[in-house]
Ligand binder design. Sequence first.
Ligand code: PXP
Length: 242
Amino acid sequence: MIQRLRLGVNIDHVATIRNARGGDHPDPVRAAQIVALCGGDGITAHLREDRRHIRDEDIARIQAATDLPLNFEMAATDEMLEFALRHRPHAACIVPERREERTTEGGLDAAGQHNRLAPIVARLSDAGIRVSLFIAPEERQIEAAMKLRAPVVELHTGEYAHAEGEQVAIELRRLSDMAALAAKNGIEPHAGHGLTYDNVQPVAAIPQLAELNIGHYLIGEAIFTGLEPAVLRMRELMDAAR
Ligand code: PXP
């Protein structure tokens, strides 16, 4: 039997709208509570170096407001490591971060940055935080995740989401092959980035995937329909694809 696919909702962009006016509204904590009420399986939030959306104090507020597991997205920096160790989220997803990018544009170079990542993965794991590495669906990155003893990888679906024509099937194949490779080696594969109602189902159908993390599109849809119907619709599409 194929396991149920979890839906983690990334609420960063509720904070983006809040920060546009510098006040407290809309509050990402309220979004987290709605996600919990309508059956989301987790909350994802990325504390970026420039604090462009989620702010430091949001993390503790989200943790206090819901029982859902928090997937804390973080760059591999000393500052973020100390922050994660202080707040002890359920999971920490290590992502690459460049100040000038609009969003997390590529995967983490787990292969090229082994020495930088090894102590960070070890310290997070020792603290009981489930480490995930946000990587491109490439064999060498899965192998690097194995060497780093990361229990989870999140496969970057951005290339798939932006692909057109014949490239769509090629990107999907990469995701499916790398999900299988990760699972075969005892790593739990997740996926995310750029997923929408229109493109989620082929990804959700990959049997080894345990979790999808979806943000921007859901928050965008929530403007038109409300957050609860948006999450429920995504859930329905994911379940139908399994
Ligand atoms: N997973 C990771 C690791 C991310 O960095 C992001 C974007 O912040 C997402 C998932 C969600 O991507 P999107 O906002 O495009 O749905």
